[in-house]
Design a protein around this ligand. Structure first.
Ligand code: ATP
Ligand code: MG
Length: 131
């Protein structure tokens, strides 16, 4: 997912460019204003964390670009392309390393397991939208 900060900053094309150059197949793609309830469910694993409210406020602060990717080892590979959660620790060449300075506004999201990918894809896409 390209988070609202990435969309607002005009990073969508650059991020899709990196995904396509890497060789992943884009099987779903949409500009999407996440409803608050969906955001709370999406980040459900963090519901007890002190930053949960801010996280939900931020992810619903504007449209995101939801992307369904397919490819060998795509979950770990995409997380590698994003870089560390905290941009201060993200290597140059990664998306967060190249484009972010702030833990909250870290440009992209990636599912962290096959189970979370399945759960999150179902939150953002209907079956007919994945081609
Ligand atoms: P994401 O789930 O957004 O892809 P991630 O998997 O790298 O990021 P998570 O641990 O799932 O990291 O945290 C989700 C998001 O919550 C992070 O992207 C970050 O914006 C925010 N976050 C995580 N830890 C903190 C923290 N300690 N303080 C503030 N915000 C945090
Ligand atoms: Mg996460």
């Amino acid at each position: 997912m390209i988070k609202p900060d990435g969309v607002k900053r005009g990073l969508t094309a650059e991020i899709l460019r990196r995904i396509e150059l890497k060789g992943y197949r884009v099987v779903g793609l949409k500009l999407y204003q996440i409803p608050r309830e969906t955001a709370e469910s999406h980040y459900g694993e963090h519901s007890e964390k002190p930053f949960f409210g801010e996280l939900v406020d931020f992810i619903t602060s504007g449209p995101v670009v939801a992307i369904a990717l397919e490819g060998e080892n795509a979950i770990a590979g995409w997380r590698g392309m994003m870089g560390a959660t905290n941009p201060a620790n993200a290597a140059p060449g990664t998306i967060r390393g190249d484009f972010a300075t702030n833990m909250g506004e870290n440009v992209t999201h990636g599912s962290d397991s096959p189970e979370s990918a399945q759960r999150e894809l179902a939150l953002f896409f209907s079956e007919g939208e994945l081609l």
